[in-house]
Design a protein around this ligand. Structure first.
Ligand code: SAM
Length: 219
């Protein structure tokens, strides 16, 4: 491991806004985020696969009366979002180092008001379909975590993953208010994404790739 990465990992251990398995609170977060971590009862939005956490940080600044949690396995990326929050004194955002397939170990039913899925790995191989963050097993988890009328927002550069996701959603009978665009920046939804661009989004935009966006609620 490089020295810079190691330094970030060491710093993460002493940061209050990084929740990882070396912190006592880590195993007790489920159902208790507002009471024990944020210490204020506000709607919670979770960013799945947040990387450096641009949505978690950006939305927390726009919505001080809500709480935001970015989830990723990569500690060195979470360090970046954590640093932005520390430098700007943001207290309504946190970063959870965890595998999303275990997300139900960290949130209880109805604990979450909204979910953002930002540029997830496309997992193009057939054998990896189950690992796509919009595959049926993940949708079932999101449904259990979300409050009624909670929204799922999804941004991607990847045409195939986007088409796959629309197909999966259309096959279900419990989806409502599904809206989507294959070109966010020329669409009527351009204000929906709050002008926030992630690290991966910027990379794809520079390559001239159109950004796809969708949102829906579970019934
Ligand atoms: C393509 S990157 C996108 C990062 C960020 N959302 C962005 O748009 O810049 C995908 C991120 O998802 C994370 N990730 C992928 N699968 C995951 C899983 N099962 N659990 C937690 N994080 C995951 C990766 O570590 C990576 O940081």
């Amino acid at each position: 491991m490089g020295r810079a990465k190691l330094k970030r990992f060491n710093e993460n251990s002493s940061r209050h806004n990084i929740l990882q398995d070396d912190k006592p609170i880590y195993k007790h977060l489920k159902g208790n985020w507002n009471k024990d971590f944020f210490k204020v009862d506000q709607p919670i939005t979770v960013e799945m696969g947040c990387g450096k956490g641009e949505y978690t940080v950006g939305l927390s600044k726009l919505n001080p009366n809500e709480n935001f949690i970015g989830v990723d396995v990569k500690g060195d990326r979470l360090w970046v979002g954590s640093t932005m929050c520390i430098e700007e004194g943001i207290e309504n955002a946190a970063f959870l180092r965890a595998q999303i397939q275990l997300i139900e170990d960290f949130f209880s039913e109805d604990e979450v008001s909204n979910i953002w899925i930002t540029f997830p790995d496309p997992r193009p191989k057939d054998r990896d379909i189950k690992r796509r963050l919009t595959s049926p097993r993940y949708l079932e988890m999101y449904k259990r975590l979300l409050k009624r009328e909670g929204w799922v927002y999804f941004k991607t550069d990847n045409q195939k993953l986007f088409e796959y996701t629309i197909e999966v959603l259309n096959e279900r009978s419990d989806i409502q208010n599904l809206d989507y665009t294959f070109d966010l920046y020329t669409s009527e939804f351009v204000d929906d994404h709050h002008g926030i661009q992630t690290t991966f989004e910027k990379k794809y935009l520079a390559q001239g790739i159109k950004i796809k966006y969708l949102k829906f609620q579970f019934r």
